[in-house]
Design a protein around this ligand. Sequence first.
Ligand code: HEC
Ligand code: HEC
Ligand code: HEC
Ligand code: HEC
Ligand code: HEC
Ligand code: HEC
Ligand code: HEC
Ligand code: HEC
Ligand code: HEC
Ligand code: HEC
Ligand code: HEC
Length: 435
Amino acid sequence: MTTPSLASLRTGFWLLGLLALLLWSQLQAAPHAPKMLAPNQSCTQGSCHKEQTQFTHQHKSKQGKELCRSCHTPVRANRHKFKPTTKGQASCIGCHKDWKPSHTKRKHWRFEHGPVAVGACQTCHSPHGSNQPHLLRRTQSELCTQCHSEMVGKQAGLHKAHEPVRKAQCLTCHESHGSPNRHLLRSNLVQRCLGCHTKIKNQLANVKTHHGAVLRGQQCMNCHTGHERRHKAMLQRADAKLCLGCHNQSVVMQGKKKLINIKKHLATHKFKHEPVRKGKCIACHSAHGSAHDKLFVKAFPSMLYAAFSSETYALCFSCHASEAITQKQTYQATKFRNGALNLHYVHVRRKKSRSCRFCHDPHAANRPHLIRDKVRFGGWNLHVGFKSQSRGGTCQTACHEPRTYNRKQPVSQGYERYKKLLTAPHLKKRTSPKP
Ligand code: HEC
Ligand code: HEC
Ligand code: HEC
Ligand code: HEC
Ligand code: HEC
Ligand code: HEC
Ligand code: HEC
Ligand code: HEC
Ligand code: HEC
Ligand code: HEC
Ligand code: HEC
């Protein structure tokens, strides 16, 4: 073996040096191996990471400082190499312990949105920036319906859906992260409903009688659904079922007064007033509130006595002809008469009229013609003592000595004051009253 000459060794070194220089310069020019920046230098300076600065909404601190290094921690200060970023909630929650005051504070949450609970912040937010506000990955409506397609899909009956649902304005009613309320409902939901439903808002602002159902608990959501149109007016249940869901007990009013248990009352009284039988509670009561007592849709006296006018009893006269009360003599307008003398007129049509409630129960009774057994008179139960007969009836009550009336052959006993009114030859006779 011959040892290499000094000259060849020298050329070898030269070649190696050249190679190293070439390699080094190559390395310098390589785009994938930038020199690590000083900590105060921007990651997006010059042409670096331009792709992360193209968004309308950048994930930046208020002072405009980059956040790159808080998520991408360098492995070593002088190397362009980073620890793997965590995708979990921890990386976000470190800075976003809570949300802006427009959202419920975390400590008040009782319900957390599925993806938030598992820390998947990034399913909705992009960590770098976005062309949508709040760094959202899509428009708000696309975002929600991406996972909850059934809410706006065919199943929900798109054309029939509640307008804000159809338009996927989900955040009108829901929180995006967490809420103290079931279904992530916003706490000031009523204000949101009334924001669009100004007619109801004005109605509520001007009512005299408020309905506890609107003021308490789930408020609007006590009766309505947010999405579904199973029943008219998006009600949870139809007709009387809705009302009897709460009025199946003796509801206590704000002033401690107890209301009767309507459900029990209906179950224990045989004859039901027709609108009640049909479940039309709202034919007489307004569900939201009313300018009249007891949520009546039209005037009706809540006292036992009231000065008579057709207006006073507008509620009843919206379905029943007022002539049943106002005609002094009649053979047609009512069956509550002795011969031609209208006994409704006698009782009701006067300065201090007896309210219909004195004799009738507006919901149901165990006697024909909705006649009550008894009526609350002060602190006392006054018995009405009514008996129906083929051509009239009898009342044995504390109001007066027993009285009988007969439509065909007027009774004179007890009717001395009305003697001249018992017959009316000038009037046409007909036994059946107008409806
Ligand atoms: C809030 C945390 C966070 C901040 C702030 C952040 N990143 Fe990222 N970055 C991530 C996550 C997480 C990934 C992993 C990819 C993904 O899931 O989108 C990532 C991925 C990357 C990637 C890999 C390529 C890609 O787009 O997936 C680059 C490059 C990058 N970030 C650069 C930057 C720069 C530059 C900044 C500052 C302008 C920055 N990042 C700020 C969290 C962050
Ligand atoms: C190093 C701290 C830090 C980390 C980590 C961080 N952020 Fe941020 N984030 C900020 C700052 C600072 C702002 C701007 C402050 C502001 O506008 O209130 C901001 C703004 C936001 C905004 C926009 C607020 C708006 O209304 O426009 C969203 C959304 C957001 N961050 C989500 C995230 C998510 C998701 C993560 C985890 C992937 C995350 N942040 C991680 C500090 C951080
Ligand atoms: C289901 C999608 C979704 C998820 C998951 C989600 N967010 Fe949001 N986030 C939103 C929406 C939508 C908005 C903007 C609308 C709003 O204000 O509610 C928002 C707004 C924000 C804001 C800006 C508003 C504010 O109050 O500061 C921050 C910060 C934020 N989110 C952080 C987070 C963090 C941190 C996580 C993970 C713990 C997360 N988000 C998970 C949908 C989501
Ligand atoms: C990444 C998928 C995803 C996205 C995006 C998403 N959600 Fe959800 N959401 C879920 C999951 C998972 C649940 C929990 C599953 C369940 O309870 O049925 C949930 C639950 C809910 C609930 C509560 C259901 C209940 O009965 O308690 C509401 C309300 C809701 N999401 C509304 C929204 C809104 C509003 C948006 C848009 C800001 C949104 N979601 C975006 C996945 C998502
Ligand atoms: C007008 C208010 C309102 C709007 C707008 C609204 N919701 Fe709801 N959402 C509710 C109410 C109230 C409930 C509770 C159940 C009920 O009474 O219908 C609910 C329940 C839910 C539930 C859980 C119950 C279920 O049936 O699974 C999900 C999920 C949900 N909403 C998602 C959405 C999404 C997604 C959007 C947007 C497309 C949206 N909501 C828009 C009011 C609303
Ligand atoms: C963004 C505006 C908006 C908000 C918020 C809103 N609504 Fe509506 N709502 C409408 C419009 C518009 C209609 C009529 C067209 C329709 O039915 O979609 C309507 C219809 C209704 C109806 C009548 C449906 C019928 O069949 O007659 C009810 C009941 C109702 N909304 C209740 C509510 C309740 C309760 C809330 C709060 C949880 C609410 N709305 C929030 C816009 C809104
Ligand atoms: C006690 C049950 C109940 C409560 C509580 C309730 N509603 Fe209603 N709402 C009804 C009933 C019953 C109807 C149907 C009335 C009709 O058909 O005349 C209705 C009808 C409506 C309608 C459609 C008809 C119209 O007048 O425009 C809207 C809108 C509405 N409600 C909104 C609301 C809002 C907003 C709230 C909360 C402030 C609310 N409701 C609370 C029972 C209720
Ligand atoms: C969510 C439970 C709930 C539902 C559903 C409900 N109510 Fe009520 N209702 C109440 C409460 C509570 C009160 C006591 C009111 C108060 O405290 O001011 C009340 C009171 C009343 C009163 C007496 C008001 C007064 O000032 O004397 C009437 C009449 C009435 N409701 C009728 C109805 C009708 C008709 C329906 C169906 C459309 C209905 N309620 C559905 C809870 C309900
Ligand atoms: C034909 C008209 C009419 C219909 C229909 C009607 N109500 Fe009434 N309601 C009245 C009248 C009149 C009063 C006052 C009667 C009284 O105080 O004796 C009243 C009183 C009430 C009260 C207060 C009771 C109390 O103790 O002060 C409630 C609650 C009530 N109704 C609920 C209902 C419900 C529920 C329905 C449907 C099942 C209904 N009403 C159907 C006329 C009606
Ligand atoms: C929504 C319409 C409606 C309203 C309002 C209404 N009623 Fe009736 N009422 C009817 C119908 C329908 C019948 C059954 C047909 C008939 O006998 O006229 C009836 C029957 C009656 C009967 C029994 C008749 C019989 O001989 O069996 C009495 C009594 C009565 N109503 C009293 C009242 C009183 C008192 C009021 C006011 C508090 C009132 N009604 C309000 C529709 C109504
Ligand atoms: C003093 C008791 C009494 C008062 C007060 C009273 N009614 Fe009657 N009403 C009766 C009797 C009894 C009948 C049954 C007549 C018969 O068929 O024999 C009757 C029958 C009716 C009928 C069935 C149709 C008819 O006229 O025969 C209606 C409707 C009616 N009343 C409505 C009212 C209304 C509305 C008021 C209040 C404005 C009222 N009543 C006040 C005792 C009364």
